[in-house]
Structures are given as structure tokens and as C-alpha cells.
Design a protein around this ligand. Structure first.
Ligand SMILES: [Zn+2]
Length: 446
């Protein structure tokens, strides 16, 4: 996991908060280091680094390891390492599964569970009961793991980030619309909090605010976001993608197909979500205004030509759609198997979907000017057959492709991308702003 870009000490009133993040970010980015090395690489004085490190150690974010010989000469030294206690928890509520993932400060996955249930048949209340059970188990496990390493269970969880397949009002923790779950205006965070609070030691924050520092002492922040956004962030932070020159990939269009088709734009390491966070609905980009009607109320949307159901129907595998994560033995497995065997109907269906997808992606690329497209979800599974038609449409329709072809890359995390991105987002909030975390778990010394 890369650290936030912080290249020099600040000279402002928020100096201490900035420098706390600078020191913690250095350990996250470069691994264990002595105080002297942190001072050298951050440009801070050794005395300042020592004071900041003491605060981060007291706040349960860093530990001292050692002592060990300092280069064979002189006094034994100690290295600063990330504390093993605090973790971020990601929860994904999807059409036919609930997944949970726990990630530590170093970005390592500590726990990953998936419960396959058809949430549509459970109704909103039953589905949220199921999601809360999965989340409760993860929170308890994080508390138990903290005790094992000598950390306080009250400081075990940096936050919870919930991924849902629909339009999200992050400030209210509200899922506005999820067509494939048939949910409308569901206060997901309130409902989870209500189910969770009696069961855990730590009360949960009462104002779910996205991208605003949460300053409620002793409380656990919760966020709600769209699965496509979080999947893109998962690939950004944990996918290990690089550009042709070997530098990390920081700008791309992420397109993921499951039952719906979602997209997210990442520009220079940040998510572009639009004014209200409703951007990225590539699945409802009109390919044929007089075409097949779509559950969204419009007609001829991309999902009707490149969504999972459309591909299965055209391939003659018309079954109730299941996500590839919720049903790993489901119709997508059969589709992939038959494509591998050269079944003409399946290859025709996948190729047609690839052309439709390529047309839609070319519209997005002409609009936002990215040079890399990441295919994820079922498109990653079908990339062997879909890449060529997608690339053909991009070459023909993206104006800049004549001198700078658009790269098509297959996602690295598959169906885990959204829950991994959610967990990483929950832990990165502390790495980017350790002062807010320290203020929550214990008052900062003046
Ligand atoms: Zn539509």
C-alpha cells in the first residue's frame, strides 16, 4: 500500500497534524526504519521525529522493535514498525452475498469471509440482519486479535466502510437506489449501527461523514460507498498495477461487470465521482435509444447488451443471474468453460458483448481522457475473448488512440476488489490523518 504523497514538512498551524501523517506515512511507504532514518527522509529534526514517534507509539499506531546492532558499530538501535493492532473493516452487501475483509495498517489482509445468500429473497430487513451478523463477527475478531498482541480492543478498528451496488448518499449513509437488489432509500448505516451497537464494546459514530475528519472521541467511523468506486480504489491501492515505464498506475477507468455494469474513474490517485457521487453509471449509457427496455426505465442501455444476463441469454444459458462471487459454481463458470471449449454460441455472445462494451468505454475515454482501462468482475474472467473486440472499438472510436492507444488491463483482485477497497479505505483514513484517530482513542497532549 502506498502512503499519501507528503514530501516536505509543513510550516503552518496544522504543523503537528501534518507531521504526524508525514512520519506515519514514511513507515507505511518504506517499512521499518530508525528515528534517524525517518528524520533524514522526512526533513524533520531528530528531536521533532522523536516527539511525534512517541505520540504515534502511545496512540497504538507504531511500535519499537529491537534493539539490534546499528550497522555493527556504535549503540544498538531500534526500528519503528507499524503496530499490529488497528485494522480497517470492509463490508460488501451484494445481490447474492455478503463479504467482509479486514486490513491492517500495512495493507495486509487479516481476514476475508464471504457468506453466499440470495439477499433479494430475504428482503431489506433480513438482508441487513445477515450483513450485521457478518460485520459483528469481524468486529469481535478484530478485538480478540488486538488483545492477543497486547493492544486495546477499543482501539482495534479504525473504521468500517460498507460497499453497496447502487447510488449512495454518503453524507446520510443512505442507499438511494439499487436496481438489482430492488432497494430504494435504505438507511444502510443507521440500520447496521442499530443492530451492531449492543453487541460491541465501542459505540459507533452517529454522523456518517464521507471524506470529512470524524472527531467523535472513542467512536468508530462508518462510511457507505458505491461498490464500483471501492473496487476501483481496491485495484489502485492493492492491485499492484504499473504503467509501461514501471511506475504505479494512478489514472484509469475501472469497468466491472456482474449482474450490473459499473465504472469508476481514478485520476492521479484520486476517485472522480462527480458532484454528488452518482457518477460512473456506465451500465445505463444508451447504446441504442430505441433498443431493449432496461429496469432503470430507459431503453437500449449498455447492461442490455453487455451485462451478465444479456450475455447468458445470447449464449443460450438463460438462468437466474448470480454474481461470480456469490455463486462460484454458477452460470459464469459454465460460460467460461464453454468459451474455452470453443462453443460458437458462447463465443458469439461474448464477442458481441465485447463490442458493446468497447463502444461504451470509448465514449467514457473520449470524455475523461484516461489511457488505461481496467476490466474487472466477469469481464476479467472473460478477458481472453472480450479484450480483442473492446480494443478494436477503442482503436476505432477514441480520437487520441491514433497516436496513443488505450491500454486494456485485467483487474488483479476480481470479485474481491470492492470489499478490499472498502477495508483499505477504512484503514487509510488513519494513515492519512493519524491526529484524528489519536484524538478519538485518547486526547492529544498539547
Ligand atoms: Zn438502464
Amino acid at each position: 500500500m502506498s502512503a499519501p504523497p507528503r514530501s516536505s514538512p509543513a510550516r503552518q498551524p496544522a504543523l503537528r497534524e501534518h507531521n504526524l501523517a508525514l512520519v506515519l506515512g514514511e513507515i507505511v511507504a518504506s517499512g521499518p526504519a530508525s528515528r534517524a532514518r525517518v528524520a533524514a527522509s522526512t526533513g524533520l529534526t531528530k528531536a521533532t521525529v522523536s516527539t511525534l514517534v512517541d505520540t504515534l507509539v502511545a496512540g497504538g499506531l507504531l511500535r519499537e522493535s529491537g534493539p539490534h546492532p546499528a550497522g555493527g558499530v556504535g549503540r544498538p538501535g531500534t526500528d519503528l514498525v507499524l503496530a499490529p493492532g488497528p485494522v480497517g473493516i470492509g463490508l460488501e452487501i451484494n445481490v447474492d452475498y455478503v463479504a467482509v475483509c479486514t486490513v491492517d495498517l500495512a495493507g495486509m489482509v487479516c481476514r476475508h469471509d464471504l457468506v453466499a445468500r440470495d439477499l433479494r429473497s430475504l428482503g431489506v430487513r433480513g438482508a441487513l440482519d445477515c450483513a450485521a451478523d457478518v460485520l459483528r463477527a469481524a468486529v469481535r475478531a478484530a478485538g480478540d486479535a488486538a488483545r492477543v498482541v497486547g493492544a486495546s480492543p477499543a482501539e482495534a478498528v479504525t473504521g468500517i466502510c460498507v460497499a453497496v451496488p447502487g447510488l449512495v448518499d454518503g453524507r446520510r449513509g443512505l442507499l438511494r437506489l439499487a436496481p438489482n437488489l430492488a432497494w430504494r432509500d435504505v438507511p444502510v448505516l443507521d440500520e447496521l449501527r442499530r443492530r451492531l451497537v449492543p453487541a460491541v464494546d465501542v459505540p459507533v459514530v452517529d454522523v456518517p461523514v464521507v471524506d470529512v475528519p470524524v472527531d467523535h472521541p472513542g467512536r468508530m467511523p462508518m462510511r457507505l460507498d458505491n461498490e464500483a468506486n471501492l473496487a476501483a480504489l481496491g485495484e489502485l491501492w492493492a492491485g499492484g498495477h504499473t504503467r509501461p515505464d514501471g511506475t504505479p498506475l494512478r489514472s484509469f477507468l475501472h469497468v466491472s461487470g456482474e449482474i450490473g455494469v459499473g465504472a469508476a474513474v481514478v485520476l492521479d490517485g484520486g476517485l472522480f465521482v462527480g458532484l454528488r457521487g452518482f457518477g460512473g453509471e456506465i451500465g445505463h449509457l444508451p447504446l441504442d435509444p430505441s433498443g431493449r427496455s432496461c429496469p432503470c426505465g430507459a431503453s437500449g442501455c449498455l447492461e442490455q447488451y453487455a451485462g451478465q444476463e444479456a450475455i447468458l441469454r445470447r449464449a443460450g444459458l438463460d438462468r437466474p443471474p448470480r454474481t461470480s462471487a456469490g455463486r462460484p459454481d454458477g452460470p459464469i463458470e459454465e460460460l467460461v468453460r464453454r468459451a474455452g471449449e470453443g462453443d460458437p454460441a458462447v463465443l458469439d455472445a461474448v464477442t458481441e458483448a465485447g463490442h458493446a462494451l468497447g463502444v461504451a468505454i470509448s465514449v467514457a475515454v473520449n470524455l475523461v481522457d484516461v489511457d488505461t482501462v481496467l476490466l474487472d468482475g466477469i469481464y476479467a474472467r472473460l478477458a481472453r475473448w472480450m479484450r480483442e473486440p473492446v480494443e478494436a472499438e477503442l482503436a476505432a472510436r477514441v480520437l487520441s488512440a491514433a497516436w496513443d492507444p488505450v491500454r486494456v488491463v485485467v483487474g488483479a483482485l476480481g470479485s474481491d476488489a470492492a470489499v478490499r477497497g472498502a477495508a483499505t479505505r477504512a484503514v487509510r483514513s488513519v494513515i492519512e490523518d493519524p491526529a484524528a484517530w489519536l484524538g478519538r482513542v485518547r486526547p492529544l497532549t498539547p
